[in-house]
Design a protein. Structure first.
Length: 328
């Protein structure tokens, strides 16, 4: 597919009303995805993953010295086994009188931390209007309003927190300053999305953490501030870096995870893809398995103007992970 149809018109018009079309039987707690064949056997002890495996989005032609690469096969097996255990834990907890039912629709509170070097736009001081536009983009993408599958998720801006601290600017992935920043600023529980905006290191557009059973202070999403709608990051300034990174926060892998073999991104309705796609290479087909490369999927690396959809399988995976990891 080419450029997403009528996207700018749809975004200008606001979030469309979309009916949730998910088969809850495949997304609720207690159903282990087929990709979790690597799961530990019942009763087997499986340690918490050693880290939160951050993942990133890189500009076309960017060379990120410290880029968090897509996961290795071993890391995917680790994460899928952990998801299976988290699902079983939720089933066991549901047996109690106070257990919560699996959620079918979720409104996520969002706390945005704007990291600034100084009070100038060049120093990271972006206007509130860009942030509210980013929330609109998230709601359109996750509701299916831009042309993809509807997901269970909507987003509500709770707070904008502005912090002027040159020591945290630019935000350097994996640094002690990033850890200090997040440890100092993160708010809310597992269900609260913390977004950190600023200039980023190493040509990165953003990075995110995957969910864990225990809340980690690093939990959240980091996004280049000028990638928000109306920003100066050419070809990446319609807000879909945020969409992409939130997908990781909700447990999605890249569409090109694992290349042409194995379980890929652990979602059955995203065609296999050998490597990241950049720009908008219509008709690209890098694997011999069925389907062209999913270049219009939010979890690829194409231009914002090219990506416009999640699949039903991705929507199901996100909701399964939410009920396993982030639901109260």
């Amino acid at each position: 597919m080419g450029l997403r149809p009528n996207l700018l018109t749809r975004r200008a018009a606001g979030v469309a009303s979309t009916t949730l079309a998910l088969l809850l039987s495949t997304a609720t707690v207690g159903v282990v995805p087929a990709a979790s064949a690597f799961s530990a056997a019942p009763g087997e002890v499986c340690a918490e993953p050693a880290d939160v495996h951050s993942d990133a989005r890189v500009k076309k032609g960017g060379i990120a010295e410290h880029e968090p690469n897509e996961l290795t096969a071993a890391q995917v097996r680790e994460r899928e086994a952990d998801l299976a255990i988290a699902l079983r834990d939720r089933v066991n907890h549901r047996a109690g009188a106070q257990a919560a039912s699996p959620l079918a629709a979720v409104t996520i509170p969002v706390v945005v931390h704007v990291i600034q070097r100084d009070a100038t736009r060049a120093g990271g001081n972006i206007p509130d209007s860009m942030i509210t536009s980013q929330i609109t983009v998230l709601n359109q993408a996750y509701s299916g309003a831009t042309g993809g599958a509807a997901t269970a998720f909507s987003f509500q801006l709770s707070k904008i927190n502005r912090v002027t601290n040159p020591a945290w600017y630019p935000i350097v992935q994996g640094s002690s300053a990033e850890r200090q920043m997040k440890t100092s600023l993160r708010e809310g529980g597992k269900n609260t999305l913390n977004v950190y905006l600023g200039e980023l290191s190493d040509d990165l557009l953003g990075w995110a953490t995957f969910p864990q059973r225990k809340l980690n202070s690093m939990d959240g999403v980091v996004v280049l501030s000028e990638s928000l709608p109306g920003g100066t990051a050419a070809n990446y300034n319609q807000g879909d870096t945020g969409t992409h990174e939130v997908g990781h926060w909700l447990n999605l892998y890249h569409t090109f995870q694992g290349g042409c073999s194995g379980t890929g991104d652990s979602v059955s309705d995203t065609p296999a893809e050998a490597s990241p796609a950049f720009e908008c290479p219509t008709g690209r087909d890098t694997c011999t398995t069925a389907g062209l490369d999913p270049i219009t999927n939010f979890m690829d690396y194409t231009y914002d103007s090219c990506m416009y959809q999640f699949t039903a399988g991705q929507a199901s995976r996100m909701l399964t992970a939410w009920n396993a990891y982030r639901a109260a």
